[in-house]
Write a protein that binds this ligand. Sequence first.
Ligand code: PQ2
Ligand code: NAD
Length: 225
Amino acid sequence: MRYYPVNLDIQGRPCLVVGGGRVGARKVDTLLKCGAIVTVVSPEAASNLAQLAEEGRIFLERREYRSSDVKGQFLVIGATDDEHLNRQIHADAERLNLLCNIADRPEICNFILPAIVRRGDFMMAISTAGKSPAFAKHMRRRLESQFGPEYGKLLDLMGAIRRKLLAEAHEPEAHKPLFERLIAGDLLELVKTGEKDRIDRLLEEVLGPGYRYDQLMTADRQPGE
Ligand SMILES: C[C@@]1(CC(=O)O)C2=NC(=C\c3[nH]c(c(CCC(=O)O)c3CC(=O)O)Cc3[nH]c(c(CC(=O)O)c3CCC(=O)O)/C=C3\N/C(=C\2)[C@@H](CCC(=O)O)[C@]3(C)CC(=O)O)/[C@H]1CCC(=O)O
Ligand SMILES: NC(=O)c1ccc[n+]([C@@H]2O[C@H](COP(=O)([O-])OP(=O)(O)OC[C@H]3O[C@@H](n4cnc5c(N)ncnc54)[C@H](O)[C@@H]3O)[C@@H](O)[C@H]2O)c1
Protein backbone atom coordinates (compact mmCIF):
# COMPACT_ATOMS: atom_id res chain seq x y z
CA MET A 1 0.00 0.00 0.00
CA ARG A 2 1.59 3.27 -1.13
CA TYR A 3 -0.31 5.74 1.14
CA TYR A 4 -1.53 5.52 4.74
CA PRO A 5 -5.23 6.56 4.90
CA VAL A 6 -6.31 8.78 7.81
CA ASN A 7 -9.07 11.23 8.73
CA LEU A 8 -7.37 14.37 10.04
CA ASP A 9 -8.95 16.49 12.75
CA ILE A 10 -8.09 20.03 11.62
CA GLN A 11 -10.84 21.77 13.59
CA GLY A 12 -9.45 25.02 15.02
CA ARG A 13 -6.00 24.37 13.56
CA PRO A 14 -4.17 26.89 11.37
CA CYS A 15 -3.93 25.82 7.74
CA LEU A 16 -2.21 27.74 4.95
CA VAL A 17 -3.17 27.78 1.28
CA VAL A 18 -0.69 29.47 -1.05
CA GLY A 19 -2.31 30.43 -4.36
CA GLY A 20 -5.89 31.64 -4.50
CA GLY A 21 -6.92 30.51 -7.99
CA ARG A 22 -9.54 27.93 -8.92
CA VAL A 23 -7.68 25.04 -7.30
CA GLY A 24 -6.71 26.99 -4.16
CA ALA A 25 -10.34 28.10 -3.72
CA ARG A 26 -11.52 24.48 -3.90
CA LYS A 27 -9.02 23.43 -1.23
CA VAL A 28 -10.10 26.35 1.01
CA ASP A 29 -13.71 25.25 0.72
CA THR A 30 -12.95 21.77 2.09
CA LEU A 31 -10.63 23.09 4.82
CA LEU A 32 -13.39 25.46 6.02
CA LYS A 33 -16.00 22.70 6.00
CA CYS A 34 -13.67 20.81 8.35
CA GLY A 35 -13.41 23.80 10.70
CA ALA A 36 -9.82 24.86 10.02
CA ILE A 37 -8.52 28.38 10.58
CA VAL A 38 -7.53 29.22 7.03
CA THR A 39 -4.98 31.75 5.77
CA VAL A 40 -4.62 32.30 2.03
CA VAL A 41 -1.53 34.02 0.65
CA SER A 42 -1.97 35.10 -2.96
CA PRO A 43 -1.53 38.35 -4.92
CA GLU A 44 -4.68 37.55 -6.94
CA ALA A 45 -7.68 35.79 -5.42
CA ALA A 46 -10.77 34.10 -6.82
CA SER A 47 -13.94 36.11 -6.11
CA ASN A 48 -15.35 33.64 -3.58
CA LEU A 49 -12.14 33.94 -1.53
CA ALA A 50 -12.48 37.74 -1.45
CA GLN A 51 -16.07 37.22 -0.26
CA LEU A 52 -14.97 34.76 2.48
CA ALA A 53 -12.32 37.26 3.63
CA GLU A 54 -14.92 40.04 3.80
CA GLU A 55 -17.15 37.80 5.91
CA GLY A 56 -14.21 37.18 8.25
CA ARG A 57 -14.17 33.44 7.53
CA ILE A 58 -10.59 33.34 6.21
CA PHE A 59 -7.48 35.51 6.47
CA LEU A 60 -6.53 36.67 2.99
CA GLU A 61 -3.07 38.15 2.46
CA ARG A 62 -2.89 39.69 -1.00
CA ARG A 63 0.86 39.45 -1.52
CA GLU A 64 3.57 37.07 -2.67
CA TYR A 65 4.47 34.09 -0.53
CA ARG A 66 7.33 34.33 1.98
CA SER A 67 9.11 31.31 3.49
CA SER A 68 8.14 32.46 7.00
CA ASP A 69 4.41 31.99 6.10
CA VAL A 70 4.58 28.28 6.93
CA LYS A 71 5.65 28.95 10.52
CA GLY A 72 3.01 27.90 13.06
CA GLN A 73 0.85 26.15 10.46
CA PHE A 74 -0.46 22.62 10.98
CA LEU A 75 -0.96 21.93 7.29
CA VAL A 76 0.14 23.65 4.10
CA ILE A 77 -1.31 23.45 0.60
CA GLY A 78 0.53 24.88 -2.38
CA ALA A 79 -1.73 25.69 -5.33
CA THR A 80 0.13 28.31 -7.30
CA ASP A 81 0.82 28.21 -11.03
CA ASP A 82 4.54 28.72 -10.38
CA GLU A 83 6.43 25.43 -10.36
CA HIS A 84 9.57 26.88 -8.77
CA LEU A 85 7.52 28.52 -5.99
CA ASN A 86 5.60 25.28 -5.33
CA ARG A 87 8.94 23.54 -4.75
CA GLN A 88 9.99 26.32 -2.36
CA ILE A 89 6.74 25.91 -0.37
CA HIS A 90 7.37 22.19 -0.18
CA ALA A 91 10.96 22.71 1.04
CA ASP A 92 9.85 25.26 3.68
CA ALA A 93 7.10 22.96 4.98
CA GLU A 94 9.34 19.91 4.95
CA ARG A 95 11.99 21.70 7.03
CA LEU A 96 9.40 22.12 9.80
CA ASN A 97 7.94 18.62 9.32
CA LEU A 98 4.53 20.01 8.36
CA LEU A 99 1.81 18.23 6.46
CA CYS A 100 2.11 19.48 2.90
CA ASN A 101 0.22 18.95 -0.34
CA ILE A 102 1.28 20.59 -3.59
CA ALA A 103 -1.53 20.38 -6.15
CA ASP A 104 -0.62 18.01 -8.95
CA ARG A 105 2.88 17.29 -7.65
CA PRO A 106 2.66 14.00 -5.75
CA GLU A 107 6.45 13.66 -5.65
CA ILE A 108 6.64 16.71 -3.36
CA CYS A 109 3.55 15.93 -1.23
CA ASN A 110 3.59 14.08 2.08
CA PHE A 111 -0.15 13.53 1.64
CA ILE A 112 -2.40 13.47 -1.42
CA LEU A 113 -6.11 14.24 -1.62
CA PRO A 114 -8.81 11.73 -2.44
CA ALA A 115 -12.02 12.35 -4.37
CA ILE A 116 -14.85 12.54 -1.84
CA VAL A 117 -18.48 11.44 -1.67
CA ARG A 118 -20.20 12.89 1.37
CA ARG A 119 -23.65 12.31 2.75
CA GLY A 120 -23.58 14.14 6.08
CA ASP A 121 -21.02 12.36 8.22
CA PHE A 122 -21.02 9.36 5.92
CA MET A 123 -17.99 9.75 3.72
CA MET A 124 -16.29 7.70 1.07
CA ALA A 125 -12.83 8.72 -0.04
CA ILE A 126 -11.52 7.39 -3.34
CA SER A 127 -7.83 7.22 -4.04
CA THR A 128 -5.92 5.72 -6.91
CA ALA A 129 -2.58 6.41 -5.16
CA GLY A 130 -2.17 9.13 -7.77
CA LYS A 131 -2.34 6.73 -10.72
CA SER A 132 -5.46 8.24 -12.28
CA PRO A 133 -7.25 11.27 -10.78
CA ALA A 134 -9.64 11.11 -13.75
CA PHE A 135 -10.68 7.61 -12.66
CA ALA A 136 -11.06 8.77 -9.04
CA LYS A 137 -13.43 11.48 -10.31
CA HIS A 138 -15.33 8.96 -12.44
CA MET A 139 -15.79 6.67 -9.43
CA ARG A 140 -16.92 9.61 -7.27
CA ARG A 141 -19.66 10.40 -9.78
CA ARG A 142 -20.69 6.77 -9.99
CA LEU A 143 -20.91 6.42 -6.20
CA GLU A 144 -22.76 9.76 -5.93
CA SER A 145 -25.50 8.36 -8.14
CA GLN A 146 -25.73 5.19 -6.03
CA PHE A 147 -25.62 6.62 -2.50
CA GLY A 148 -28.42 9.07 -1.69
CA PRO A 149 -29.07 11.37 1.31
CA GLU A 150 -30.58 8.44 3.24
CA TYR A 151 -27.05 7.30 4.11
CA GLY A 152 -26.41 10.53 6.00
CA LYS A 153 -29.76 10.24 7.79
CA LEU A 154 -29.17 6.60 8.70
CA LEU A 155 -25.80 7.55 10.14
CA ASP A 156 -27.33 10.38 12.21
CA LEU A 157 -29.87 7.91 13.60
CA MET A 158 -27.29 5.20 14.32
CA GLY A 159 -25.04 7.82 15.95
CA ALA A 160 -27.88 9.06 18.17
CA ILE A 161 -28.81 5.51 19.20
CA ARG A 162 -25.19 4.72 19.95
CA ARG A 163 -24.73 7.85 22.08
CA LYS A 164 -27.88 7.02 24.05
CA LEU A 165 -26.81 3.41 24.57
CA LEU A 166 -23.31 4.48 25.63
CA ALA A 167 -24.75 7.04 28.04
CA GLU A 168 -26.68 4.20 29.69
CA ALA A 169 -23.85 1.65 29.75
CA HIS A 170 -20.45 1.12 28.21
CA GLU A 171 -20.97 -2.40 26.94
CA PRO A 172 -19.67 -2.65 23.39
CA GLU A 173 -20.06 -6.43 23.28
CA ALA A 174 -23.75 -6.21 24.23
CA HIS A 175 -24.36 -3.32 21.81
CA LYS A 176 -22.79 -4.94 18.76
CA PRO A 177 -25.64 -7.39 18.02
CA LEU A 178 -28.20 -4.60 18.52
CA PHE A 179 -26.58 -2.48 15.81
CA GLU A 180 -26.32 -5.51 13.56
CA ARG A 181 -30.04 -6.32 14.03
CA LEU A 182 -31.02 -2.73 13.25
CA ILE A 183 -28.99 -2.71 10.07
CA ALA A 184 -30.23 -6.17 9.04
CA GLY A 185 -33.79 -4.99 9.83
CA ASP A 186 -33.57 -2.79 6.75
CA LEU A 187 -33.34 0.45 8.70
CA LEU A 188 -31.70 2.09 5.67
CA GLU A 189 -34.71 1.39 3.44
CA LEU A 190 -37.14 2.63 6.13
CA VAL A 191 -35.12 5.84 6.59
CA LYS A 192 -35.08 6.31 2.80
CA THR A 193 -38.85 5.98 2.50
CA GLY A 194 -39.42 7.98 5.70
CA GLU A 195 -41.65 5.31 7.33
CA LYS A 196 -41.34 6.61 10.89
CA ASP A 197 -43.96 4.23 12.35
CA ARG A 198 -42.09 1.21 11.06
CA ILE A 199 -38.77 2.67 12.21
CA ASP A 200 -40.18 3.17 15.73
CA ARG A 201 -41.52 -0.39 15.74
CA LEU A 202 -38.12 -1.77 14.75
CA LEU A 203 -36.36 0.41 17.37
CA GLU A 204 -38.74 -0.81 20.09
CA GLU A 205 -38.34 -4.43 19.03
CA VAL A 206 -34.54 -4.29 19.13
CA LEU A 207 -33.82 -1.66 21.80
CA GLY A 208 -36.95 -1.57 23.95
CA PRO A 209 -39.00 1.52 24.82
CA GLY A 210 -37.49 5.03 24.86
CA TYR A 211 -36.06 4.98 21.37
CA ARG A 212 -38.14 7.03 18.94
CA TYR A 213 -37.02 8.36 15.59
CA ASP A 214 -38.11 12.00 15.97
CA GLN A 215 -36.71 12.33 19.49
CA LEU A 216 -33.39 10.74 18.59
CA MET A 217 -32.96 12.87 15.47
CA THR A 218 -33.63 16.19 17.25
CA ALA A 219 -32.24 15.66 20.77
CA ASP A 220 -28.87 14.37 19.61
CA ARG A 221 -27.99 16.81 16.83
CA GLN A 222 -24.38 17.88 17.04
CA PRO A 223 -23.37 21.50 16.44
CA GLY A 224 -22.62 22.06 12.77
CA GLU A 225 -24.67 19.13 11.50
C1 PQ2 B 1 -9.13 13.54 -6.45
C2 PQ2 B 1 -8.72 14.99 -6.69
C3 PQ2 B 1 -8.93 15.69 -5.37
C4 PQ2 B 1 -8.55 17.16 -5.32
O1 PQ2 B 1 -7.71 17.66 -6.11
O2 PQ2 B 1 -9.13 17.82 -4.45
C5 PQ2 B 1 -7.31 14.97 -7.22
N1 PQ2 B 1 -7.29 15.32 -8.51
C6 PQ2 B 1 -8.54 15.62 -8.97
C7 PQ2 B 1 -8.88 15.86 -10.31
C8 PQ2 B 1 -7.99 15.89 -11.44
N2 PQ2 B 1 -6.67 16.16 -11.37
C9 PQ2 B 1 -6.15 16.11 -12.65
C10 PQ2 B 1 -7.21 15.81 -13.56
C11 PQ2 B 1 -7.07 15.69 -15.08
C12 PQ2 B 1 -7.17 14.24 -15.53
C13 PQ2 B 1 -6.03 13.32 -15.05
O3 PQ2 B 1 -4.84 13.68 -15.17
O4 PQ2 B 1 -6.36 12.19 -14.57
C14 PQ2 B 1 -8.36 15.64 -12.79
C15 PQ2 B 1 -9.75 15.28 -13.26
C16 PQ2 B 1 -10.47 16.49 -13.80
O5 PQ2 B 1 -10.16 17.64 -13.44
O6 PQ2 B 1 -11.40 16.24 -14.59
C17 PQ2 B 1 -4.77 16.39 -13.01
C18 PQ2 B 1 -3.69 15.83 -12.17
N3 PQ2 B 1 -3.75 15.52 -10.83
C19 PQ2 B 1 -2.53 15.07 -10.41
C20 PQ2 B 1 -1.62 15.16 -11.52
C21 PQ2 B 1 -0.11 14.93 -11.44
C22 PQ2 B 1 0.36 13.54 -11.52
O7 PQ2 B 1 -0.44 12.57 -11.62
O8 PQ2 B 1 1.57 13.39 -11.50
C23 PQ2 B 1 -2.35 15.60 -12.62
C24 PQ2 B 1 -1.90 15.74 -14.05
C25 PQ2 B 1 -1.36 17.14 -14.35
C26 PQ2 B 1 -0.73 17.13 -15.73
O9 PQ2 B 1 -1.32 16.59 -16.69
O10 PQ2 B 1 0.37 17.69 -15.82
C27 PQ2 B 1 -2.21 14.62 -9.11
C28 PQ2 B 1 -3.05 14.44 -8.03
N4 PQ2 B 1 -4.39 14.71 -8.05
C29 PQ2 B 1 -4.94 14.23 -6.91
C30 PQ2 B 1 -6.24 14.49 -6.49
C31 PQ2 B 1 -3.97 13.41 -6.14
C32 PQ2 B 1 -4.16 11.92 -6.49
C33 PQ2 B 1 -5.59 11.41 -6.31
C34 PQ2 B 1 -5.69 9.97 -6.64
O11 PQ2 B 1 -5.21 9.16 -5.79
O12 PQ2 B 1 -6.23 9.61 -7.70
C35 PQ2 B 1 -2.62 13.90 -6.70
C36 PQ2 B 1 -1.56 12.81 -6.80
C37 PQ2 B 1 -1.99 14.97 -5.81
C38 PQ2 B 1 -2.96 15.97 -5.25
O13 PQ2 B 1 -3.24 16.97 -5.99
O14 PQ2 B 1 -3.38 15.77 -4.09
C39 PQ2 B 1 -9.50 15.65 -7.85
C40 PQ2 B 1 -10.86 14.97 -8.19
C41 PQ2 B 1 -11.97 15.79 -7.61
C42 PQ2 B 1 -13.28 15.25 -7.99
O15 PQ2 B 1 -13.79 15.56 -9.08
O16 PQ2 B 1 -13.85 14.54 -7.14
N1 NAD C 1 -5.50 18.71 -8.41
C1 NAD C 1 -6.29 19.24 -9.34
O1 NAD C 1 -7.45 18.87 -9.44
C2 NAD C 1 -5.79 20.30 -10.30
C3 NAD C 1 -6.59 20.66 -11.37
C4 NAD C 1 -6.13 21.70 -12.20
C5 NAD C 1 -4.88 22.30 -11.96
N2 NAD C 1 -4.11 21.91 -10.91
C6 NAD C 1 -2.79 22.54 -10.60
O2 NAD C 1 -2.97 23.48 -9.55
C7 NAD C 1 -2.19 24.66 -9.77
C8 NAD C 1 -3.08 25.91 -9.71
O3 NAD C 1 -4.11 25.85 -10.66
P1 NAD C 1 -5.22 27.00 -10.79
O4 NAD C 1 -6.09 26.62 -11.92
O5 NAD C 1 -5.81 27.29 -9.48
O6 NAD C 1 -4.29 28.24 -11.25
P2 NAD C 1 -4.60 29.81 -11.23
O7 NAD C 1 -3.69 30.43 -12.24
O8 NAD C 1 -6.07 30.05 -11.29
O9 NAD C 1 -4.15 30.25 -9.76
C9 NAD C 1 -2.82 30.38 -9.38
C10 NAD C 1 -2.77 31.31 -8.18
O10 NAD C 1 -1.43 31.35 -7.69
C11 NAD C 1 -1.20 32.66 -7.22
N3 NAD C 1 0.22 32.98 -7.16
C12 NAD C 1 1.08 33.20 -8.19
N4 NAD C 1 2.30 33.58 -7.71
C13 NAD C 1 2.20 33.59 -6.36
C14 NAD C 1 3.11 33.90 -5.29
N5 NAD C 1 4.36 34.27 -5.54
N6 NAD C 1 2.66 33.79 -4.02
C15 NAD C 1 1.39 33.40 -3.75
N7 NAD C 1 0.49 33.11 -4.71
C16 NAD C 1 0.90 33.19 -6.00
C17 NAD C 1 -1.93 33.55 -8.20
O11 NAD C 1 -2.21 34.82 -7.64
C18 NAD C 1 -3.20 32.75 -8.50
O12 NAD C 1 -4.23 33.14 -7.59
C19 NAD C 1 -1.53 24.45 -11.12
O13 NAD C 1 -0.18 24.11 -10.86
C20 NAD C 1 -2.24 23.30 -11.78
O14 NAD C 1 -1.32 22.45 -12.46
C21 NAD C 1 -4.56 20.91 -10.07
